[in-house]
Design a protein around this ligand. Structure first.
Ligand code: SF4
Length: 484
């Protein structure tokens, strides 16, 4: 095992060998096309931008034509990249600013570039580096994650990570390194499932070697254990390694839908504790002690219950809870449910881990079968989960995927963003869904939104069916499929 100290030269050599083709992934022929494509890439994949720009550049090939474009014409061409109204406004403003201040050309001075509509510091760095060869190291989500996992920076903001990287690597290598780290983040060092076993940097990576927790996921990576130099947290062992007769008998569930699932599997007698939101079936409120909420469970109470397994879910329970359980020496199992398919895997894992593999397999197989077949790409649907401020469940959430399975196209930023009133307008949903929980949306809210969005279909829906994964995934699928 190598030292966990950053070894910039060795890293660079490996990255060069691994990614000789690393380059800007946005298709462009000149600085104007690059700045437009970079503006479009906000909240959108590069692949989607590359599908969009040929038609856009055919119609508006330069700053002069874009400066005179009509908002609705640009919107129609870039609609699929998301936030299209705002982006169209910025693009037209960009064309006008280039004509008014720079003779229609994209300036290469950082200050002038950064002053253009829609061009922030990160966009300016990308354009400077790729269009003009000016050394710059724009830190995007991939570089931020990879740099911290590799121990190149402990900073918690992209700006500070950028400063750390610029200190570590020679200026003349910044552009190349920028692309290599992005390629590495996309191809190997995935946000949720880094492929450490296949990683050419493994022996240089303190996260992959288990010398520190993954700064992105907050846990030690599974591959790390054999080579780890520090003890792993006492997370529950992987399900496949747990013999049935060792199955836990005193389970604390911090996930309402998992609590219900355990009862459905006939394991209520093994429930030693639950959160106050674990309220189904109703009778468990009188028989299983509560241990606080999902975000802030009473850890002393949990310890006193002496569980042999605490079940968590990564969105439902903060990672600090898992850390605290580890510090208390309590074994835990953290599920991660972001898609309906994740439920299939979690049902199998829970079945094996809890000593009821047949129950898990039967449910998983049935669910898997119900996911087969082509899905339609239906109306753009926005699911609101909170009011004041508005919050939505984005495409990269269980709810988003449930909608997808039901033939809707979930929209909005990923995860659970707070949305301004303007964001709601910009998203222009064709369907607005209001689950009755976690926020108690009711008919009054439905009527208000319907007045505000007369062209959208606004629906109030059973919140438990929509949001209680595992125990009610089938009901959720029926609901969204039947609904269309
Ligand atoms: S070893 Fe794992 S965590 Fe480290 S860079 Fe490679 S994939 Fe990422």
């Amino acid at each position: 095992m190598r030292s966990s100290k950053p070894q910039p030269r060795e890293l660079q050599a490996r990255l060069r060998t691994a990614y000789p083709d690393a380059r800007c992934a946005l298709d462009h022929r000149d600085p104007f096309q690059l700045v437009v494509a970079t503006i479009l890439s906000a909240q959108c994949t590069d692949a989607r931008v590359n599908l969009t720009t040929p038609a856009l550049f055919a119609r508006f090939p330069d700053a002069a034509s874009l400066a005179e474009a009509r908002q609705e014409d640009v919107e129609a061409l870039i609609k699929s990249t998301g936030f299209f109204r705002n982006k169209a406004k910025n693009l037209i403003g960009l064309g006008q600013a280039l004509m008014a201040r720079h003779g229609g050309q994209v300036p290469s001075a950082p200050a002038a570039l950064g002053a253009l509509p829609g061009v922030g510091q990160k966009t300016a760095n990308v354009v400077l580096a790729n269009a003009f060869g000016v050394p710059a190291l724009a830190v995007d989500t991939h570089i931020f994650r990879v740099a911290r996992r590799l121990g190149l920076s402990k900073a918690t903001t992209p700006e500070k990570v950028e400063a750390d990287l610029c200190r570590l690597f020679p200026r003349e290598d910044w552009i190349e390194l920028h692309h290599q780290l992005i390629f590495h983040g996309r191809r190997i060092c995935d946000a949720r499932r880094p492929d450490c076993a296949a990683c050419p940097l493994l022996d240089l990576c303190p996260t992959g070697l288990g010398q520190m927790k993954d700064p992105h996921l907050g846990v030690r990576l599974a591959l790390a254990s054999p080579q780890a130099s520090v003890p792993r947290p006492r997370a529950a062992a992987p399900a496949t390694q747990v013999p049935t007769d060792d199955a836990p008998q005193r389970i604390v569930s911090l996930v309402p839908s998992v609590t219900e699932l355990l009862v459905q599997w006939g394991l209520a007698a093994r429930l030693a504790g639950r959160t106050r939101y674990c309220i189904e079936p109703k009778w468990i409120r009188n028989t299983v002690p509560a241990v606080g909420g999902t975000k802030n469970p009473d850890l002393d109470r949990i310890r006193d219950l002496a569980p042999d397994l605490v079940i968590l879910e990564r969105d439902e329970n903060p990672k600090e809870v898992a850390d605290a359980l580890t510090a208390l020496g309590l074994p835990w199992l953290a599920l991660e449910i972001r898609t309906v398919k994740d439920c299939v895997a979690a049902l199998r894992e829970l079945g094996i881990r809890l000593g009821v593999p047949e129950a898990g397999e039967a449910r998983a197989t049935a669910l898997e079968a119900s996911l087969k077949g082509r899905r339609r790409k239906g109306p753009r649907a926005l699911v609101l989960i909170w009011k004041e401020p508005w919050m939505s469940a984005g495409p990269d959430t269980y709810l988003g995927d449930l909608l997808r399975q039901g033939g809707f196209t979930p929209i909005g930023p990923d995860r659970y963003p707070v949305l301004s009133e303007t964001d709601l307008e910009v998203l222009a949903p064709e369907v607005i869904l209001l689950p009755t929980e976690p926020y108690r949306f009711n008919r009054r809210h439905q009527a208000e939104l319907q007045r505000r969005f007369p062209h959208a279909a606004v629906h109030l829906m059973d919140g438990q069916a929509l949001t209680w994964y595992l125990s009610r995934t089938e009901a959720g699928l029926d609901l969204v499929r039947g609904f269309r």
